[in-house]
Each structure stands twice: as C-alpha cells, then as structure tokens.
Design a binder for this molecule. Structure first.
Ligand code: ZN
Length: 141
C-alpha cells in the first residue's frame, strides 16, 4: 500500500467521531452525511427535516435535554446489564426514574427486556417533539 503523505488520522477522527450536527446551534452529534460522506454531518432529526424547519427542530432538541441525556446513558449500558437493571437488581434502574419520574417515557412492557426497543422509542420521541413523526407507542411484540 502506498504511503499517502496527506493522510492525517486527526482529520478522520474529527469527521467520523467528533463532529457536531452542522445545523446552527444543534446540541446533537452529526451522524448522517448530508453530502454523500464528504463535508458536513447532521443528526437524524435535521436529516429528516426540510431546511426551513431546521430552526424549529433545533429549538425542540435543545428543549429535550432529558431525553437526549437518557439516550446517552442508554448507549453506555450493555443489553444484559439493561435486562437485570430495569428489573430492580441493578442501581442503573434508578437512572430512568431520575429522568422521567412517573412519566410514560420510562421503560415499559417489553422495553424492560429489550434495550433497543426503548432506545428506539426515545429517539422517535425526539422526532415527534420536532414535528417529524407521529407519537411513538410502546412496542408490544
Ligand atoms: Zn441536528
């Protein structure tokens, strides 16, 4: 393999791992390329929204701090820890009471066993608050 003197690992880390959503003021990470893998990255809500909706989407994401923090926490928990945790065997289960109290956004039903289902609903809740999808329901099977 030829050595490429222009190759710089820091550039890759910046674009692939550290990029913020390129929408002005957006608090989310930019995970989806808006231009075929080059240039700017945006979060899923900004990717789905039309350009004239972007400021409103940004506002709704800023206001959804609890959901964003909860998603960050969920991503740090492996599936097995999740399953035992939400059954009350693990202190991590208290985390979501802290975020949501008796709110319907707490994990419910099969979400107690399947972390991806819960994470999916919270991500859709962000989309709902941004006006980009209908109200997400707790998945039943
Ligand atoms: Zn964004």
């Amino acid at each position: 393999m030829a050595y490429n003197k222009h190759f710089d690992k820091n550039d890759i880390r910046e674009t692939e791992y550290s990029s913020k959503c390129s929408a002005t003021g957006c608090p989310m990470r930019g995970t989806i390329s808006n231009s075929g893998g080059e240039g700017s990255f945006v979060c899923a809500p900004h990717f789905q929204g039309q350009p004239d909706e972007w400021p409103r989407i940004t506002e709704s994401l800023i206001e959804s701090l609890e959901i964003r923090l909860a998603i960050d926490e969920i991503m740090k928990i492996d599936d097995l820890t999740w399953e035992t945790g939400v059954r009350g065997c693990n202190p991590k289960s208290k985390m979501f009471e802290r975020y949501f109290n008796d709110d319907p956004l707490r994990p419910q039903g099969k979400e107690l066993l399947k972390k991806p289902w819960y994470e999916y609903r919270l991500r859709n809740e962000l989309m709902f608050i941004a006006g980009l999808c209908k109200k997400p329901q707790v998945r039943q099977e």
